[in-house]
Write a protein that binds this ligand. Structure first.
Ligand code: 5GP
Length: 190
């Protein structure tokens, strides 16, 4: 998505540790018109039936909502983050290591909202090591729901997450694919 690449080049900030900040339009302040474009693009990439969109709080929620309205009745579920030991009978839970916070936590989804037979599109802002997607896919498997695919705003191709998730047989579509990010700037895949 050319418009996303251009926005990243114009407004993105590279932090130490390989973290890209896109707080000016997605992760803190939200450019709502641009958000609508992102939602439409994800829906175009996943024309198949989708009954639920799953993301993880908080950064994925706005894109998930913008995408969901392109499908027939399609609620958005966001996994809630909890402490590593936080599991209960009423939730599907999966442990993940946070790339940005450098610690483990649990992603939790209430069993009430995800069911066998659901066709789930997973949406997230970044794909780095793949831990967040792996946990969300695991939650879908626990619920016996089908994973239609994963829609990602920014895939950092130089990290291993894309290979990990595609290697699991899950389709991943990324709107911007970064192959290099350093003091000399940001380079996108063709
Ligand atoms: P992964 O689990 O694939 O290592 O990392 C994905 C998660 O970490 C995303 O949900 C995202 O919130 C966060 N993340 C990973 N890399 C970046 C980055 O470069 N910038 C920002 N803002 N978040 C990132």
């Amino acid at each position: 998505m050319k418009a996303l690449e251009e926005k990243i080049l114009k407004e993105g900030k590279i932090l130490p540790g390989g973290v890209l900040k896109i707080d000016s339009f997605l992760n803190h302040q939200i450019d709502t018109r641009f958000l609508e474009e992102i939602g439409a693009e994800f829906a175009r990439l996943f024309p198949e039936e989708v009954t639920k969109i799953l993301t993880v709080e908080a950064s994925g929620i706005s894109m998930a909502v913008a995408t969901a309205k392109h499908y027939d009745y399609c609620p958005v579920i966001f996994a809630k983050k909890g402490e590593a030991a936080n599991m209960s009978e009423e939730t599907y839970s999966s442990k993940l290591f946070s790339f940005t916070r450098k610690r483990d936590f649990m992603a939790n989804v209430a069993k009430d909202y995800l069911h066998e037979g659901d066709k789930v599109l997973i949406i997230d802002d970044f794909l780095a090591s793949g831990q967040a997607l792996k946990a969300l896919i695991d939650i879908c498997h626990q619920a016996k729901a089908e994973v239609v695919g994963c829609g990602i705003a920014v895939e950092k191709v130089h990290q291993s997450g894309g290979d990990l998730i595609r290697g699991m047989g899950v389709r991943v579509e990324s709107l911007a694919r970064i192959v290099r990010m350093d003091d000399d700037g940001i380079e996108f895949a063709e």
